[in-house]
Design a binder for this molecule. Structure first.
Ligand code: GBH
Length: 450
């Protein structure tokens, strides 16, 4: 008897890939685009591996039409991208750069011609340097400028874009950008300042929701993409599950808890003590407006068990724990089960999307025209199996975006670490779909793992 095929994914399940403007566009100073904090950081010696810059990246700015044709040939009909704020409002004030607007109109035209639906992130880390010079995320100048930027973007593109993502991974551009962890702008501030950068990001999220409601049209949908702390119960027993849930709630209080709770949890404020963020009147009315979905970027997870008296206990990875070439990215397929499940249960979210999942390796090579990334196929398959189990157990996951469509500028790791299902030769800009691209195309075509 033939073995049974795995279940199909739900009929309207959205399959896509994801990228971000700064990581693929290149043309970093073309057509009126200004310097972003990442353009600036890339010029600081030692900040980026091999001294790579974002100047060219994948040159998608000039090659998007061919890239969308390739996407279409793989059956990819949904694509998550971001807009470059420094292209649209280069000075970080109210002055619009028409050439930036025109670029994205051409890009959305091309997507439409290829039958690809855009999912657009307003902010994926590329703050205009001009705003950093005025205090950046430490200051209310960013929420003020962002409110205007969101209005401009939604008004300009709202006729074609119906899926909006407010911000990508608040923790990364705040804690990692201002807390001495190396992301742009590469600042090292005291905890109180870092908490304030998070608060200002929450206010921006609120402004983006408001802008989509005001100018996006009736069918527009909007939500945040967060890289919440994903927690996995060591064993799937009631005690460990309860401990994982308690740990998840506490670890995500500053962002997801605040947005869904309409205030900072008292326990979070107690932990902050004197470093608690300053909240201006009216902030939380903006921050906690209802959204249509929550996006989760899930790569790995933390193992938690019930310790003494049920107290949640985090177990750090053992020395031999398997990981990808990114030291932070340990193999944890069950993160795609417990992440959606806990987020749905704890916050009552009705529509979840995995807005990023994938893996980075350094030695994906093209040999005789092929790139055999068996490691990526197995990675993705094992994670997607857990996602399927989550959906089977009722988690409201509506779609999945693989990070990434193409090898790109991997922030501090430059072009060394490859996350794409399409290989990019950064010297010739030649694109070669990897084995994982062919595999993913078949998954999408059949709506089931294969
Ligand atoms: C995502 O972040 C980003 O949204 C995307 O742009 C990026 O290309 C993709 O992942 C792949 O990395 O070096 O120990 O300080 C993923 C979440 C959180 C992962 C911060 C790297 C730094 C860990 N990131 N983390 S460490």
């Amino acid at each position: 008897m033939p073995s049974p095929l795995p279940d199909r994914f739900p009929r309207n399940f959205v399959w896509g890939t994801a990228t971000a403007a700064a990581q693929i566009e290149g043309a970093a100073f073309a057509d009126g685009k200004s310097e972003s904090v990442w353009d600036r950081l890339a010029r600081r010696p030692g900040a980026i591996l091999q001294g790579d810059t974002l100047d060219q990246a994948c040159d998608h700015y000039h090659r998007f039409d061919a890239d969308f044709a390739l996407m279409r040939s793989l059956g990819l009909r949904h694509y998550r991208l971001s807009l470059a704020w420094p292209r649209l409002l280069p000075a970080g004030d109210r002055t619009v750069n028409q050439r930036g607007i025109d670029f994205y109109h051409r890009l959305f035209d091309s997507m439409q011609n290829h039958g690809i639906t855009p999912w657009v992130t307003l902010f994926h880390w590329d703050l205009p340097q001009a705003l950093e010079d005025r205090g950046g995320w430490r200051s209310r100048c960013v929420p003020e400028a962002f409110a205007h930027y969101a209005d401009v973007a939604v008004k300009a593109f709202g006729d074609r874009v119906k899926h909006w993502i407010t911000l990508n991974e608040i923790r990364c551009f705040t804690i990692h950008g201002y807390g001495g962890l190396g992301k742009a702008p590469g600042a090292n501030e005291a905890p109180g300042v870092v908490n304030q950068t998070i608060h200002h990001a929450l206010v921006c999220h609120g402004h983006a929701v408001r802008a989509v409601r005001e100018h996006g049209g009736r069918s527009a949908k909007v939500g945040l993409t967060d890289n919440c702390e994903t927690v996995i119960p060591l064993t799937e027993t009631p005690d460990d599950i309860a401990a994982a849930r308690a740990y998840f709630i506490e670890a995500n209080q500053s962002i997801l808890g605040a947005i869904h709770g309409g205030r900072y949890a008292p326990a979070y404020l107690r932990r902050c003590g004197a470093d608690r963020p300053k909240v201006t009147r009216g902030d939380f009315a903006l921050i906690s407006q209802p959204t249509d979905f929550l996006g989760l970027n899930i790569y790995t997870g933390l193992f938690v068990r019930a310790g003494k008296r049920g107290r949640p206990e985090h177990l750090p990875p053992s020395p031999s724990y398997p990981h990808t070439d990114s030291p932070w990215l340990g193999l944890a397929p069950r993160a795609l089960y417990w992440g959606p499940r806990l987020a749905a249960e704890v916050y009552g979210v009705k529509n979840l999307y995995i807005t990023e999942n994938g893996c980075g390796y350094d030695d994906d090579r093209v040999v005789n025209g092929e790139c055999h990334d068996l490691h990526r196929v197995e990675f993705l398959r094992s994670y997607l199996k857990e996602l399927q189990r989550a959906i089977g157990d009722g988690a409201p996951v509506r779609g999945y975006f693989l990070w990434s469509f193409i090898d790109n500028f991997e922030w501090n790791d430059g072009t060394t670490r490859r996350f794409g299902i399409v290989h990019n030769d950064f010297k010739t800009q030649r694109r070669t779909p990897k084995l994982s691209a062919a595999w993913y195309a078949r998954v999408i075509a059949g709506h089931r793992l294969c």
